[in-house]
Design a binder for this molecule. Sequence first.
Ligand SMILES: [Zn+2]
Length: 139
Amino acid sequence: MSWVDTLTQGRVFHEERDAPRFRKAFAILASTQRAWPAPRDFLDALPAFQEPRELPRLESEASKERAKAEISKLEAMLRTPTPAQSKKPPLIVVDDFPRCCINGTRDRPLCDDCKAEAIELHGPVIKFKKEALNGPTNP
Ligand SMILES: [Zn+2]
């Protein structure tokens, strides 16, 4: 069995991947051995295969824009919709005046209907008399 056959017995090498390892192994062996190495020695000198490190990611302006657009979409999905103002606030008339109801006027703030209802509920209106507060007036 040739040197190469022994080396490749049960092993697979890829030129692109393993050429640098082979060069390193031969460099090591050339500095330590005088004779052509045995396949065993060669394999011992062969550096372990290392997974190529991931290259730093290059961020293009286009990919940044795509990312921003995707983030905006997600934000829109997560945003809770504000309740629409379905009802208009009640109209407030600033120059209104105290009155029983809409039928009361400035001259007659208590309309007949409300007056009748009040009498029915609370009895007849007792007229205010000054004498009741101040006591009997002296003649
Ligand atoms: Zn009224």
